[in-house]
Write a protein that binds this ligand. Structure first.
Ligand code: A3D
Length: 304
């Protein structure tokens, strides 16, 4: 297996470390800033004798080195700068994602693409359209991260193990995310039998503020350990054909009454990519929230 990671920044390099240290696949780490990719790949290679990994990592700025990748992860892009509008960020990162996707398309025409670059729902849509790949081969990472943050917060609040929590967050990666409370359980019990609605609302608020909290604490850059782990979870599901129920941003084709956009939906990932959009029975207010999130994403897409 060969995984190319485009963008050797915080998320890209951390993900590369997870993939090779676990001996999951060979990695090509590509960045426009060639020396950064080369330096990080060399540093990770020097750890091989200590960690015992047998897979190889190559740093490059040349897409020829990525040829024949099974999975291509796009982490290339820039965060929003002070004074920069969302539309400005879409323009800047949209241009990068288009360029990256066209390179992936010619070097690895059979690859499965996982997008991480923000704003996630819009960048995944751009990647889907630009690639002309089937929808099962283009997806965005956000829901696994948001769901993991919710799991962490519920487990902490109730002092239970993470494995006791079952939850999923759909919708937009942002303030219009949709935590599916009707499918959130603690040790098999519906969460609203364990926590009051006020307590649940506070936890949801905390999930929504998690990313911003980390940005404020770091002072420079944004979260990358949990985003990388989330991406790695998606990769493992694909490589090992695990097909666990996860949330990922995919192109909607009538699923949940939505179409013409990429949005966080419940999916199963396997060797062929997104092998199923799962049909969960959602409450009316959850469906309404999903529609609201879709409207907001479509508004952003209309500016493309
Ligand atoms: P950062 O550490 O700045 O790394 C970005 C890297 O992309 C840098 O090394 C750049 O040189 C490189 N780059 C820029 N343009 C290109 C290009 N055209 N080709 C190849 N490489 C290029 O950022 P990061 O790693 O922290 O985050 C990367 C992206 O992921 C940003 O857009 C973040 O907002 C986004 N992100 C999303 C999530 C989600 O949950 C969706 C979480 C964390 C980060």
């Amino acid at each position: 297996m060969k995984i190319s990671i485009i963008g050797a920044g915080n998320v890209g390099a951390t993900l590369a470390k997870m993939v090779i240290e676990s001996d999951t696949a060979d990695v090509v780490l590509l960045d426009v800033v060639k020396n950064v990719a080369l330096g990080k790949a060399l540093d990770l290679s020097h750890a091989a004798p200590l960690v015992g990994q047998t897979k190889r990592i190559l740093g490059t700025d040349n897409y020829k080195d990525t040829a024949g990748s099974h999975i291509a992860v796009i982490t290339a892009g820039f965060p929003r700068q002070p004074g920069m509008s969302r539309a400005d960020l879409i323009k800047k990162n949209g241009g990068i994602v288009r360029d990256v996707v066209n390179n992936i398309k010619s070097s690895s025409p059979d690859a499965i693409i996982i997008v991480v670059t923000n704003p996630l729902d819009v960048m995944t849509y751009i990647a889907y359209k630009e690639s002309s790949f089937e929808r099962n081969r283009v997806m965005g990472m956000a829901g696994v991260l948001d769901s993991s943050r919710f799991t962490y917060l519920i487990a902490k609040k109730l002092n239970v193990e993470y494995k006791e929590i079952e939850t999923i967050i759909l919708g937009q990666h942002g303030p219009l995310m949709v935590p599916v409370i009707s499918h959130t359980k603690v040790s098999g019990r519906p969460i609203n039998e364990v926590l009051s609605s006020e307590e649940i609302d506070l936890l949801i608020r905390d999930v929504m503020e998690s990313g911003g909290e980390i940005v404020n604490l770091l002072g420079k850059g944004s979260a990358y350990y949990a985003p990388s782990a989330s991406c790695f979870t998606m990769i493992k599901n694909i490589i090992n054909d695990e097909k666990n129920l996860l949330s990922a941003c995919v192109y909607a084709e009538g699923d949940y009454g939505l179409s013409g956009l990429c949005i966080g939906l419940p999916v199963r990932l396997g060797k062929k990519g997104c092998v199923e959009v799962a049909k969960l029975r959602l409450d009316k207010d959850e469906l309404d929230s999903l529609k609201k999130a879709a409207e907001s994403i479509k508004e952003l897409l209309s500016g493309l």
